[in-house]
Design a protein around this ligand. Structure first.
Ligand code: GLC
Length: 448
């Protein structure tokens, strides 16, 4: 008889644990019995481990999470160069691997596709540090000097002066969960949501000293201005779409409506057809003369979870899920982005990336790991029915399919062409979603 899905998920998670000098410090990304699609899936990714960590925090076993947080800080002392160029202090690795149980080597993007440094890693680390303290009550952990130094480097890097006028963070393509070129350079929503979540924790985590006072004040200002900006300019619903549709361009000076000079004819035709009467979403990216209206799940769901949206916007995003369930959840929760890009647009945006073909992988694929932020966001805004519906859809298949990394197709019906099996964050997301459904008070782990 085959084991039940929860037991199967725990077995995968426990067998994925990585030891460093006799202590558990992380989990590998995949344990595919046939060999994973790339060598680095045997490493511990920061963003992937965040999901494993949530399971252990929920289960009252925080030790591995504390060890992980320390190990990542320890890695920051390694020489920070990529292709001979120095990496800025504050940047955290995408992943690390342990050699012979005694040595740990970080990958700051130097072995990653396109050699992009992960911007999200430092943000996940801070969000996880906050969750660890919420779960254990051990606020002394954050006060340790090495942890405070890491926090200061991260904040200094994110808040340092730049040519930017707006409070959003300007980043390169492929620097987050979508770690291949997908036209998500500039001000992608996922990074803004994580940035906001991270800034939200500063008051709790950072110790005010004469040398950090200005930094902490700066973080508080940015927190508010980022929130106001995203709520106002990223939001799209039927009313806002009409407004954008009637925008005048090249307005100068104060009092302009169309501050980013968005040309309404640049909006793709699918938006009008797809926009529900009730509900809306935060657009994927926004910059001068550029509004990428694609729907990106992780950015929207984290925005709800971390309180970046207004309550009404949060409900609106869930209304969108309800109205467009087949497109955004379909056969496997949850679709990473909608719609897929194809043809000439795919050539230009992805650089002809075959892994990111339409309705696959990062380009409209369905990712079981996104079940947990969906369940968390739905519970946060009291839409338990949607959380349960998504969970049931996943529960019937994931273990039987052996925890695939992603699914392909418009409704996410097929196991992804190059998806790993035994992908650890697919199993961890399933367990944590189940724990959230049993105990919604676990939402207090998150800032917001
Ligand atoms: C893929 C994903 C990335 C993840 C990694 C390891 O590259 O795009 O987000 O961290 O696999 O699972």
């Amino acid at each position: 008889m085959s084991e039940d899905p929860l037991t199967s998920a725990y077995n995968l998670l426990e067998n994925a644990v990585v030891q460093f000098r006799g202590r558990p410090v992380g989990t590998v990304a995949a344990r595919d019995p046939h060999g994973a699609a790339a060598d680095n899936y045997r490493e511990c990714f920061i963003r992937d481990f965040a999901v494993s960590a949530l399971v252990w925090l929920a289960d009252g076993k925080p030790e591995i999470v504390g060890n992980f947080l320390e190990t990542v800080v320890y890695l920051l002392d390694q020489e920070l160069t990529m292709e001979g160029h120095e990496i800025q202090p504050g940047v955290m690795p995408a992943s690390f691997r342990v050699l012979d149980g005694e040595h740990v080597v970080a990958d700051f993007g130097n072995r990653a596709i396109g050699r992009v440094a992960p911007v999200d890693a430092m943000m996940w680390w801070v969000v996880l540090l906050h969750a660890y303290i919420q779960a254990t009550g051990d606020s002394q952990f954050a006060r340790r000097s090495e942890i405070q130094n890491a926090l200061c480097s991260i904040l200094s890097l994110c808040l340092k002066g730049s040519f930017e006028v707006y409070p959003t963070l300007l980043v390169p393509d492929a620097c987050c969960m979508i770690d291949r070129r997908m036209g998500v350079y500039g001000h992608p929503l996922e990074i803004q949501s994580l940035f906001y979540g991270m800034l939200h924790t500063v008051g709790d985590l950072c110790v005010e000293r004469p040398d950090t006072k200005a930094l902490i004040e700066n973080a508080a200002k940015r927190h508010t201005s980022l929130r106001d900006y995203v709520r106002r300019y990223y939001w799209l619903d039927e009313d806002r779409l009409s407004e954008v549709h009637r925008f005048h361009t090249e307005e100068f000076g104060d009092g302009s409506n169309n501050v980013l000079n968005i040309n309404p004819t640049s909006l793709p035709m699918w938006v009008q057809r797809w926009m529900p009467q009730r509900g809306g979403w935060l657009v994927g990216n926004l910059g001068p003369e550029r509004m990428d209206v694609r729907f990106f799940a992780l950015g929207n769901l984290l925005a709800i979870l971390f309180g970046l949206t207004t309550d009404q916007q949060a409900q609106g995003i869930m209304d969108l899920y309800e109205a467009r369930w087949d497109d955004l959840v379909g056969d496997m929760p949850v679709k990473i982005s909608y719609p897929a890009v194809a043809g000439e647009e795919w050539r230009v945006l992805t650089g002809c990336d075959p892994k990111n073909a339409a309705w696959s992988y990062h380009n409209g694929g369905n990712w079981p790991v996104l079940l947990w932020p969906f369940v968390a966001a739905a519970l946060k805004v009291e839409r338990r029915d949607l959380a349960e519906r998504a969970f049931e859809t996943a529960a019937g298949k994931l273990a039987r399919h052996q925890w695939p990394e992603y699914y392909d197709g418009q409704s996410g019906r097929l196991i992804g062409r190059r998806a790993n099996l035994d992908q650890v964050w697919s199993a961890a997301a399933f367990i944590f979603s189940r724990r959230l459904l049993e105990k919604p008070s676990l939402l207090s782990l998150f800032p917001g």
